[in-house]
Structure formats: structure tokens, C-alpha cells
Design a protein around this ligand. Structure first.
Ligand SMILES: NC(=O)c1ccc[n+]([C@@H]2O[C@H](COP(=O)([O-])OP(=O)(O)OC[C@H]3O[C@@H](n4cnc5c(N)ncnc54)[C@H](O)[C@@H]3O)[C@@H](O)[C@H]2O)c1
Length: 290
């Protein structure tokens, strides 16, 4: 039987590298769309500027080379991945237009399942000029999204775009509000800096291993019957060696609404919904990595 084709955007980047590998290992035919070539090619890459709808539509069409096949889904991770790296409007335009184009092209070609990378930054705490407290912890998907930066705003807009395409076409679009993505080579430096508990306060000490992200993407593509879903994606534990109750008492003393018992090193970015909807579990934990 011919392999199902999956399109991954941003596969030449940090998280995308692990997503490409995962889908290849799971028996998919994977096509990476990125503006730059990957350092470690594990599948075909088409160099595409996702800001150009024509390029996106052409690259994912069944006639883009190789066997004629409609992709079963698109995992869209390409983006400028943080605020203030580029001028504000460049980040906004790139992230918003690339996502719009991916969804428009998917709709036009009858591709009915898309995953997009949203971010915990959409809650607005990460890049706020003056620190803002979470309204409550752990933060779940009902927490208000209050970004002031163009990166977080682009992710809010992208989630709204996803919902619009679901309304227009019935397309299933899962937006993952990702915690800080860690790859195997990230862990040593973070562990070495555990004493500086302030440094990861603005991401509420959350993290998610890129390999767990990749598994969640596969589950979201293979699941049927979802609409436009937003799901936090974070490990169960925090990226600090301190008890979460201690971190909250020390760094978030004004947060009064604490909605679950803060046992052990529990994450302040709730993954309860992703577990329930997808049957997903985070397998990689910071204290168990080299
Ligand atoms: N890194 C994190 O901690 C984190 C946290 C939350 C969400 N995210 C999101 O996850 C995704 C992946 O993040 P990452 O850290 O792997 O980023 P990255 O910068 O390592 O990779 C992003 C890739 O997207 C490509 N890209 C950007 N704009 C493009 C365009 N217009 N056309 C084609 N390719 C383009 C880049 O070339 C790059 O290879 C992003 O959407 C990011 O916003 C990342």
C-alpha cells in the first residue's frame, strides 16, 4: 500500500526536525516545506516562501513531483518563533500570512486535517513589557489571551483563522499552544541554570520535548471528528527542580486563584485537555534526560 503523504512546514527548524523524523519513522511519506534547507535531510524538502499562496498551493498539490497523491494532512510549524527577533510587523505578517496561505491552500485542495503551532505566548505573559500575572494557575485553554507583542498576537489571529476555515469547509484544525520546546541538546544548559528560578518565570517554567510534540501532531492528524480545537501542550512537570508551590509563593505571590493542588513539580501550563482529546501523554521529562 502506498504511504500516506503528510506535509510538514518549518521542518528545517528546531521542532520541525523532530516532526519530520517522527512521521518518517511512522511510515509516512513526508514533504517538508521551508524557506531554507534542513541540516539533516530525512525526506524531500521543497523550498517555499509560505507568504506566497501560489507557491504553497503548488508545493502541496498532487502534481508537485513524485507519485500523484493528495496529502492526508498538513502540520504547520513554520514561523518566526519569538517576539522582537524581527521588526514587529515583519513577524506579524510572516506568521499570519503563512498560516492563512497554508489553510487556504489546504481548503482549495480538499485537505481536511491541519495542525498549527500556536504558543503559550498567546496568553501574553511571556513578552509583556511589564510583567503580568496569570489570572489563575495552572493556565488552561480558557485563560484570557492578552498579548501586547506581535508574535503572541499573530498566534491569536492564527487560531481565529483556523476557526474560520473550519466554519467555511468543515476542516479539522488543531492549534497547539506549545510550551517552550526543548530538544535533547537543550537539557544540560537548563539543568545547569536551575538555581536561577527567575529566568524561566515568564514561561511559568513550562516546557515540552520536541519528540512529544511530534507524537501529539501524529495523534491530531490521525484523530477524526475534531473541529477547530485549541490545546495546550506541555510536559506534566516543570523545567525547574523546585516544587511548583515554592516557585508560585516566591515569584507569583499575587496569584490567588490556584485551581488544583500544586503537588510536586506540576506544570503551570495545563495539559489536561490535550490528554483527554487526543489520548496523548508526554514521555520525555527533564530530570530523566542527559
Ligand atoms: N521554540 C519554542 O519554544 C516554541 C514555543 C511555542 C511555540 N513555538 C512555535 O513552534 C513552531 C516551531 O518553532 P521552532 O522553535 O522550531 O522555530 P524555528 O525558527 O527553529 O523553525 C521555524 C522554521 O520556519 C521556517 N519559516 C519561517 N517563516 C517561513 C516562511 N515564510 N516560509 C517558509 N519557511 C518559513 C524557518 O526557515 C525555520 O526553519 C513555530 O510556529 C513557533 O512559533 C515554538
Amino acid at each position: 500500500m502506498s504511504q500516506p503523504r503528510i506535509i510538514v512546514t518549518g521542518g528545517s527548524g528546531k521542532a520541525g526536525k523532530w516532526i519530520l523524523k517522527h512521521f518518517v519513522d511512522q511510515g509516512y511519506e513526508v514533504i517538508n516545506l521551508d524557506i531554507k534547507a534542513p541540516s539533516d535531510p530525512v525526506c524531500r524538502t521543497i523550498i517555499v516562501d509560505l507568504n506566497d499562496l501560489g507557491q504553497v498551493q503548488n508545493a502541496i498539490s498532487p502534481f508537485s513531483g513524485g507519485e500523484r497523491k493528495v496529502p492526508v494532512g498538513i502540520v504547520h510549524f513554520a514561523a518566526i518563533p519569538e517576539a522582537y527577533l524581527f521588526p514587529n510587523e515583519v513577524c506579524f505578517r510572516n506568521n499570519v500570512m503563512s498560516t492563512y496561505n497554508v489553510l487556504e491552500a489546504a481548503a482549495n485542495l480538499g485537505i481536511s486535517k491541519v495542525v498549527i503551532a500556536s504558543s503559550e505566548s498567546s496568553y501574553g505573559i511571556c513578552f509583556a513589557t511589564e510583567f503580568i500575572n496569570p489570572h489563575y494557575v495552572p493556565i488552561d485553554e480558557d485563560h484570557p489571551q492578552l498579548p501586547e507583542d506581535s508574535y503572541g498576537l499573530s498566534k491569536v489571529v492564527n487560531e481565529a483563522t483556523a476557526a474560520a476555515f473550519h466554519r467555511r469547509t468543515g476542516m479539522q484544525v488543531v492549534s497547539f499552544r506549545l510550551g517552550n520546546i526543548l530538544v535533547p541538546e537543550s537539557y544540560a544548559a537548563i539543568r545547569a541554570n536551575f538555581d536561577d528560578t527567575e529566568s524561566r518565570k515568564r514561561i511559568l517554567w513550562s516546557y515540552i520535548d520536541a519528540r512529544d510534540v511530534a507524537m501529539a501532531c501524529q495523534l491530531a492528524i490521525e484523530k477524526d471528528g475534531l473541529g477547530a480545537e485549541v490545546l495546550n501542550l506541555a510536559a506534566d512537570d516543570s523545567s525547574s527542580d523546585r516544587p511548583t508551590s515554592e516557585l508560585v509563593a516566591r515569584h507569583l505571590p499575587d496569584v490567588e486563584d490556584i485551581r488544583v493542588p500544586l503537588e510536586g513539580r506540576i506544570s503551570l501550563l495545563s495539559n489536561v485537555r490535550a490528554k483527554r482529546i487526543l489520548g496523548w501523554e508526554a514521555k520525555y521529562h527533564i530530570l530523566e534526560q542527559e
